[in-house]
Write a protein that binds this ligand. Structure first.
Ligand SMILES: Nc1ncnc2c1ncn2[C@@H]1O[C@H](COP(=O)(O)OP(=O)(O)OP(=O)(O)O)[C@@H](O)[C@H]1O
Length: 864
């Protein structure tokens, strides 16, 4: 058996092999060590013939659904090796084979999947000039491809968040150089990435002569990536793929460009702080899993055409205007479940009887939704109504053939309804009446033998038996055959019992196999409806998202934005959708107006103290624009959104030290990306650009960047620029479309009150020291900082900002017990220490030398 194990294991050396042995899945050798760690199961050893003993760890086969997901979530690939023949019939070693290779990207199991998330597998192909990418979610059948520059592919990878990415063996350096090392990856042989075989694979799968119908014919690299995905499904033994009905092209120019920094810094899908709230958390009130998954997609693919955006807004408004209609759809949506994954499960042959019933319930709910949408006075709803298909015949077939509350598994029986199949009904009659008959025999024997406690029961060893307690043993008739002796009783069988047993058990076996056959036939007939049900799932998902928008708008007082094909961004009394929900009780969010266009007010320089609300204002402007362009109402009193085609944000500092880049380097990289890709319809947000370097460098870079955006020949990108460099306020006088604003505060009795209102004009102070005080900084430091600040301001007035702070006054230093500037005191010992330190070449000092030096310094101090 171990030889069989090692032979099979050699086929997938990188996967943990679950090797079926009787009622257990066993793992051996290093797999066992890994499995026991991940699953927390006991690691044992077993003798392995002549060889040294081998580690093993296993779990009962019925616990596969519990343990498999844990292995996958731990980022492991798992080969499931099953017994291919009935062990009872096998003469020698049971035949075994790998029946499935489960990997993070190819998972169908409910316990692995998260219902609000797609589970994408991606493949990337590096072409000569461009990259191709493909995404497949085998649990929903969605298959997409695109090609473009590595930056675009990187953006898609970030937006789709695949659970596994395939690429060509030997190209790890190229892959990680472009896309980082955060993805779970798998390398495939180079022959997989070949256009001819990829194309053939796709044509064979779709049964078409060309790929023109999918609009991907010309995407040579996308086709290679898509072919690699199908190839991988074969390799992992996923052959039932009929639910993958089409390959869709992701069109770069249809959606607003959001780079990955923007998705992250605007906290669209997840907060940058653990446990924090994202925009998605606020606006996702979807009911169905399909809706939740679609909403995630909408968030990162905002539209940039007026018509489709208005179509979505129209539906949201309709829900708003017609609360009865909304409530009706809402109630029905609760009945739908995960239609999209259920139909995929039917195709791969893993649909449970309960899911078949769920499918019926969903189709029953779709009928009234369809009717209501068709009768609504809104063109988009009519279109959705037109596309919904209640699939009456299959729905009615399920209703008539499957019991309403079936067990989870077919092999438990009781799945097929009565009256569907005559033979089944007859067998059930025999089985039930047989059981009745047993009761009759029991009664009769009690009377005939005079043993009142006699009872008929069943066990797996010798079937039906009569049990008689010892007290009545002597009354047992001679023809009964004794089978077992217990402490208090004896068990007997009789000829009559045996005959009935055969009839009943035979009937039960037949019932199970007949039910399974009928069930499988029904599941097979579901295949004809795959496409219609996928369309239903998609339309329901859209309705669900729009309904969610309506509910969120109502709950949070959002309004419908005006979407226009112009370059005016005019938000009146806008609010930050996330912060406004998180303010402490009693505090309310201060709304602000923001106006930008390309003629009069293209760039706003926002100054203001720390904590005033500059970042909040920047982000809310981008979020309101983005929400509007996904078809959602927005937190404002009114909003005119001149369509934006790219949203760029350079917000906050994010370190990328792991890839060898400093904070400032990252900042400059991101800024360079923005400036190289500006368009006339871009919305640009810069928050505290340049703060990662010295003040002079920072101001110069910030100034030059703002100037560049203002002077750009082709693109007057609308820009919000929040900064602490008050010097930038001078730009207003020199550049026509730059305007200064500040987020106002009031100083009362040396205290700062944040008014959080955006007002015209620059501001002078940052009140950074005030904020440090609020944060609980030691008093001595706050006082000292104040002192240095005044001094710098004083000197600055005379000679600019280059002068250094003077030493602290002696009074200050001694009163707080901290000698901040002790090296400048006239103590010869301290001066000696200072000189020792100054002469150290820290870069070439070994740790031992450093310790010795410290010791020497200690001696100097002691000597004193
Ligand atoms: N309009 C507002 N109404 C109510 N509270 C607000 C508003 N804007 C910001 N805040 C609160 O003030 C906090 C600080 O805001 P924000 O981070 O935008 O300040 P900032 O001016 O960017 O500060 P810094 O310059 O230090 O980065 C926010 O976390 C939020 O809680």
């Amino acid at each position: 058996m171990m030889k069989q194990f090692f032979d099979l294991k050699a086929k997938h050396p990188d996967a943990i092999m679950l090797f079926r042995c009787g009622d257990f899945y066993e793992t051996y050798s290093e797999d066992a060590v890994a499995a026991s760690e991940i699953l927390g199961i006991t690691l044992t050893k077993r003798a392995n013939g002549q060889a040294k003993s081998v580690e093993m760890a296993g779990f009962p086969h019925h616990a596969l659904d519990t343990y498999l997901p844990k292995l996958i979530r731990a980022g492991r690939r798992v080969a499931i090796c099953d017994q291919l023949e009935d062990p009872k019939l096998a003469k020698k070693l049971v035949k075994r084979g790998i029946t499935e290779l489960v990997t993070p990207g190819v998972a169908i199991n409910d316990n692995v999947l998260s219902y609000k998330e797609n589970n994408f597998l991606a493949a990337v192909h590096f072409g000569k000039n461009v990259c191709g990418v493909a995404f497949l979610d085998i649990s929903t059948g969605e298959f997409l491809t695109a090609e473009g520059a590595p930056e675009y592919i990187d953006k898609l990878l970030n937006n789709f968040g695949p659970k596994e990415v395939l690429f060509e063996r030997g190209k790890r350096g190229m892959f990680e150089g472009n896309f980082g090392n955060k993805f779970f990856t798998f390398e495939l042989d180079d022959w997989v990435f070949n256009e001819t075989s990829a194309r053939e694979k796709l044509l064979k799968h779709f049964g078409t002569h060309s790929l023109k119908g999918f609009g991907v014919e010309h995407l040579h690299n996308g086709i290679i990536a898509s072919g690699a995905i199908l190839q991988y499904l074969d390799m992992t033994q996923h052959y039932q793929t009929n639910h993958i009905k089409a390959l869709a092209r992701l069109e770069e120019d249809r959606y607003v460009r959001l780079d990955k920094f923007t998705v992250r810094s605007l906290e669209l899908m997840g907060s940058m702080n653990e446990g924090g709230t994202s925009l998605l958390d606020i606006i996702d009130h979807t009911i169905s899993p399909m809706g939740a998954r679609l909403l995630k997609r909408w968030m990162v693919f905002p539209l940039k055409d007026v018509k489709p955006i208005n179509e979505r807004l129209d539906v949201v408004e309709f829900f708003f205007r017609e609360p009865e209609f909304k409530d009706f759809i809402e109630e029905k949506l609760h009945l739908i479940g995960d239609l999209e994954r259920i139909i995929s499960k039917a195709v791969v042959g893993r649909i449970s009887p309960r899911e078949v019933v769920q499918l019926k319930v969903a189709l029953q709910a779709i009928e009234p939704i369809k009717t209501a949408c068709l009768h609504a006075s809104d063109a988009s709803l009519n279109r959705i109504g037109g596309l919904l298909n209640p699939c009456e015949s299959i729905r009615d077939k399920i209703a008539c053939e499957i019991k309403n509350d079936p067990p989870l598994l077919v092999n438990k029986g009781g799945v097929i309804a009565d009256g569907v199949n005559e033979e089944l009904d007859e067998l059930r009659r025999i089985s039930y009446s047989g059981k009745d008959y047993l009761l009759q025999i029991q009664q009769r024997e009690i009377e005939q033998t005079g043993i009142p406690s006699l009872k008929i029961a069943y066990n797996n060893v010798f079937g039906y038996y009569i049990e008689v307690r010892n007290a009545h043993k002597d009354k047992v008739p001679a023809e009964w055959i004794r089978k077992q002796t217990l402490v208090n009783a004896e068990r007997y069988i009789t000829q009559e019992l045996k005959e009935y047993e055969e009839k009943i058990l035979g009937a039960e076996d037949k019932i199970l196999s007949l039910e399974t056959k009928l069930y499988n036939e029904l599941v097979a007939s579901l295949m004809d409806y795959t496409e219609a049900i996928q369309v239903n799932a998609n339309q329901i998902a859209q309705l669900d998202c729009l309904l969610s928008f309506a509910n969120v708008a109502k709950a949070n007082r959002y309004i419908r934005p005006v979407i226009a094909d112009d370059d005016v961004l005019d938000i009146k009394q806008g609010r930050h959708p996330v912060i406004e929900k998180q303010l402490p009780l009693g505090e309310s969010y201060i709304a602000n107006d923001v106006y930008l266009d390309t003629e009069t007010q293209q760039i706003i320089i926002i100054t203001g103290p720390n904590m005033a609300g500059k970042s909040a204002l920047l982000r809310q402007t981008a979020l309101i624009t983005l929400m509007a362009q996904i078809g959602c109402f927005v937190p404002a009193e009114s909003a005119h959104i001149g369509l934006v085609d790219k949203i760029f944000t350079r917000v906050g500092a994010s370190d990328n030290i792991s890839v060898g880049e400093s904070t400032f380097m990252v900042e400059m990289n991101e800024a360079a990306d923005i400036l190289n890709n500006l368009s006339a319809r871009s919305l640009v947000l810069f928050d505290e650009l340049g703060r990662g370097t010295s003040t002079y460098d920072g101001i110069s870079i910030a100034w030059a960047i703002v100037e560049y955006i203002h002077e750009h020949k082709k693109a007057h990108a609308r820009t919000l620029f929040a900064t602490h460099y008050h010097e930038l306020n001078d730009m207003e006088a020199q550049f026509k479309r730059i305007k200064n604003y500040n987020v106002s505060v009031k100083e009362v009795d040396n205290k700062v009150i944040f008014l959080r209102k955006l007002v015209r004009g620059g501001s002078e102070h940052s009140f950074g020291i005030h904020v440090a005080k609020m944060a609980g900084m030691p008093k001595s430091i706050v006082n000292r900082a104040d002192e240095i600040l005044h001094q710098l301001e004083e000197e600055n007035r005379q000679e600019g900002i280059s002068s250094k702070p003077k030493p602290a006054s002696k009074k200050q230093a001694s009163s707080d017990g901290i000698q901040l500037s002790f090296f400048q005191l006239d103590d010869p010992v301290l001066c000696q220490i200072r000189d020792e330190i100054l002469h150290l070449d820290v870069n070439n000092l070994t740790p031992i030398e450093a310790l010795n030096k410290l010791n020497e310094i200690k001696k100097i101090v002691r000597g004193k």
